[in-house]
Design a protein around this ligand. Sequence first.
Ligand SMILES: Cc1cc2nc3c(=O)[nH]c(=O)nc-3n(C[C@H](O)[C@H](O)[C@H](O)COP(=O)(O)O)c2cc1C
Length: 206
Amino acid sequence: MNESVLINQLSYTKEEVLNDIWNRLVNGTLSAQHPFHCPTIATICNDEPEVRTVVLRKVLPIERQLLFHTDYRSPKIEQIQKNNSISWLFYDSKSRIQLRIKSLATLHYQDDISRQRWNDTKTESRKCYFVQPAPSTPSLFPTDGLPSSYYEKEKSKEQNEIGYQHFVVVRTQVKEIDWLYLHHSGHRRARFIYNKDEVYYQWLIP
Ligand SMILES: Cc1cc2nc3c(=O)[nH]c(=O)nc-3n(C[C@H](O)[C@H](O)[C@H](O)COP(=O)(O)O)c2cc1C
């Protein structure tokens, strides 16, 4: 019984597959061109799945955490407050690797972590936190939602704080990873389940 898998002609054990997964996730945060930079996340809204794209902002392999940023006023926040299960979906069409990741979310709002992340965020990425009224509010006309004052004034310290008031960091703790590798000679699939500091590995029929 062969306990390893060939990826691009290289043999990987299941432990190496898991390392490779976390390396790819970290790389996803480093370049906007990386296929893992903009994954999909699913939340639960009144028993219905809701999906949307987010930017993968930070990956902590040792802690097994994935982070994204969002607006505290957006509908997904209420959904997470009611049910903090979040599923992530990544697909790299060049490497033909899909990751489906189950996680539990914690919100960082107006705390040291949100302040640190806000300070590290570029002006262009902050822009969406200045929209008025809240994201998802119906509008009578097409608009970017930014008040004219956003463009008129140089962003003063007070104005910057308005954006920060809407900024939230969502930290998700990974529970389970489903890895699928597509290959013309036969696909391969594995599941990695975290239980406290242990990880349980399973090969699956693709
Ligand atoms: C490429 C791309 C990246 C996005 N990144 C984020 C993000 O990091 N955070 C976010 O809240 N929304 C992001 N969005 C917008 C969301 O997909 C979504 O439209 C918005 O957050 C509203 O979702 P909600 O109504 O479920 O709260 C992104 C959209 C695209 C297309």
